[in-house]
Design a protein around this ligand. Sequence first.
Ligand SMILES: [Fe+2]
Ligand SMILES: [Fe+2]
Length: 200
Amino acid sequence: MIDIARMKKYLRQELSAKRYKHSVNVSKTAVELASRYGCDLHKAEIAGLVHDCTREMDIDTQLKLLKKLDVVPDEVTIFVKELVHAASAAYVCSQLFMIEDQEIISAVRYHTTAKADMTLLEKIIFLADFIEPAREFEGVDAIRDIAFRELDQAILMALNSAISFVLKKEKPIHIATIEARNHIILELNKRYDEELQLKK
Ligand SMILES: [Fe+2]
Ligand SMILES: [Fe+2]
């Protein structure tokens, strides 16, 4: 049994008020998306809540946690730094919150970079993190607009936006993000071709 009250207590202690609110918002948005697309609501609620649980922990502590599991982040993740918290949050989920559900852990693990061939829950957490109500960036309303109508199209727009942001900052783009984008474009095109065939 996952103890939500204990998680919230931990998050209130470990996160700033702003990030705590963001976590609650992501959880709520994830539940809305899960309800729209037929995903497990409870898993969406939990994964959304804990996805940033180590976001404000210093990098060295995060790396030490990961070392306990023999996880060594790749060079790009260490260089960008903000990417490390996805792996360390997945660690806290399994080791501290005793979450055994691999779907939840994986959704937390890939919420920053995304990856190719994501599960429905992984997609929902990635997107909820992008469009929760307090998010403000150029293009967010267009992604919100489509999020509840065409999930994969919204994910593609979010990936495009994330990649543009990284390009502007002249930082390296994680390979998993490139693979996520390529995969979704190929999937969308396959679906489009199938729909065309059906109309013939
Ligand atoms: Fe995050
Ligand atoms: Fe987040």
